[in-house]
Write a protein that binds this ligand. Structure first.
Ligand code: AVI
Length: 322
């Protein structure tokens, strides 16, 4: 139970799982680390700072689209909705929905960071007294239980903003959307933020900001391994490297070893050649047609797409096609 009386259900990964996934990723060729581990308390703070950067256009573009079309969005969601949010972060965009959605039956924010969820639960309870709130701390790509449905006749809608779907590979994205379609059930819906293909220079700037916040966010993964898994990565011996791969339609984020070196995770050694990289994140960018095909392969039909004028970003309303 949290200090404000809101129960936070917890299913977050254990330290042993973190260690196993880190070591198995670092033993692969090429080396990789699971993206989800970027988001400890420090990583979540750094991600919030990224979201406020001039160069990182997605959050403010998505918020502008949501605000411009909130009446239409809310009309589609309708009353008596059980709203589930995957990866709620600081819930910055959720306020736009909660301010306008009538008669919500429950709001279930899910996040991997317990600190983030506690903060969000406190904030939401004071801002929306009486909002039926059931936070869940979990890696939402894994197994966990949702609180049982509440009111009769309610409809389940999943909110998945921020184009986090772009952080999944194509197959994982389809499987995850299928899982969401099953969670929504027949008649359910998914409101999702989807980042679009654009001039690679814009993308390059967004993931290589002048202040170096994205670099700090990426390097924090090694700092986290040092803190939590008794690692000894020398952060000065790795460099953030992010670029747009137009063939794959994705930003790739890497940490490149600046010299030949051996790092330790506890007593396990990890050798690096000079110039060798650890792949920490992919961020896929979509065409509207490409995303519609992906949604359809997962059992959704695209009901409505809203974009900004350029168009750089989209908010899409998908309905379970079953
Ligand atoms: C959370 N996710 C959608 C962000 C993205 O753009 O892929 C994470 C991020 N990585 C670097 N900057 C932002």
């Amino acid at each position: 139970m949290d200090s404000n009386g809101t129960e936070v259900r917890q299913f977050q990964p254990e330290r042993a799982q973190f260690r196993d996934e880190v070591l198995s990723g670092l033993r692969k060729t090429p080396k990789e680390l699971p993206t989800k581990y970027l988001y400890d308390a420090r990583g979540s703070q750094l991600y919030e700072r990224i979201c406020a950067l001039d160069e990182y256009y997605p959050p403010r573009t998505e918020i502008a689209i949501m605000k411009a079309h909130i009446a239409d969005i809310v009309a589609r969601l309708g009353p008596n909705t059980r709203l589930i949010e995957y990866g709620c972060g600081n819930c910055a965009k959720t306020h736009i929905l909660l301010d306008s959605l009538p008669d919500i039956s429950s709001y279930i924010p899910i996040d991997i960071s317990i600190e983030q969820l506690r903060h969000v639960a406190r904030e939401l309870t004071s801002h929306y007294p009486g909002l039926p709130l059931s936070p869940v701390c979990a890696d939402y790509t894994g197994d966990f239980e949702l609180p049982p449905p509440g009111r009769p006749g309610e409809r389940t809608a999943v909110y998945f903003p921020g184009s986090t779907i772009g952080n999944f590979g194509p197959e994982a994205a389809r499987d995850f959307l299928r899982h969401i379609a099953a969670t929504c059930g027949p008649g359910g819906a998914l409101l999702i933020g989807v980042d679009l293909k654009k001039d690679p220079d814009v993308l390059h700037r967004a993931y290589n900001d002048r202040e170096g916040v994205t670099a700090a966010f990426n390097l924090n993964l090694l700092a986290r391994i040092n803190r939590e898994l008794d690692g000894d990565f020398d952060l000065d011996a790795f460099r953030h490297y992010a670029f747009y791969n137009p063939t794959e339609g994705r930003i790739e984020m890497h940490l490149v070893s600046l010299r030949e070196q051996t790092a330790y995770v506890g007593d396990a050694s990890v050798p690096f050649a000079r110039g060798e990289s650890i792949w920490t994140e992919s961020s896929y960018k979509f065409s509207l047609e490409g995303f519609a095909a992906l949604a359809q392969s997962a059992g959704f039909r695209v009901d409505r797409v809203w974009t900004d004028e350029r168009p750089w970003f989209s908010v899409q309303y998908l309905v379970n096609a079953a």
